[in-house]
Design a protein around this ligand. Structure first.
Ligand code: FE2
Ligand code: FE2
Length: 157
């Protein structure tokens, strides 16, 4: 089914965001593993896998709309040097994702492609969950202090 050109372009922009997020999260996840924060390592790894599913679903949708998925473009990555910096950068990335998915949903509705809108809504809800998780971690660090927070992250979940 031939899709709207503008919408396909937007889906490709979202795809670039997802591919960037996968790389950023993989590096953060492995940095946590390297420091022995296994619970954080596992949780961030799981989030990278969520983003991989998003990329996969976007590629499927672009192909269905007879577009060409662009997978060679990565945006600027923000690798944190500490756990707090990682969580802050990841939360910022999720804030951007929420904004972009909301804009994509509005465009899908404008061009009369409710099915693409549904897919973007499914992903948006997951991004809201990612944002909420990062925010909770930052709140815990603020409330219990970084040392206590980190000492809770050494065991596997
Ligand atoms: Fe995502
Ligand atoms: Fe996300």
């Amino acid at each position: 089914m031939k899709g709207n050109e503008n919408l396909i372009k937007t889906l490709n922009e979202l795809l670039a965001d997802e591919l960037t997020a996968i790389s950023q999260l993989m590096v953060h996840s492995e940095m946590c593993h390297n420091w022995g924060y296994e619970a954080l390592h596992k949780r961030i790894e799981k989030q990278a896998i969520d983003e991989m599913h998003h990329a996969e679903w976007l590629i499927q949708r672009i192909l269905f709309l007879e577009g060409m998925p662009l997978v060679s473009k990565l945006n600027e990555m923000k690798i944190g040097k500490s756990v707090l910096e990682m969580l802050t950068n990841d939360q910022d990335a999720e804030t951007g994702a929420i904004r972009s998915y909301n804009a994509g949903i509005a465009l899908a509705s404008e061009v009369g492609d409710e099915s693409t809108g549904d897919l973007l809504t499914t992903i948006l809800k997951m991004e809201e969950g990612h944002h909420d998780w990062a925010k909770k971690q930052r709140t815990q660090i603020e409330q219990m202090g970084l040392e206590t927070y980190l000492s809770n992250q050494t065991g596997a979940e």
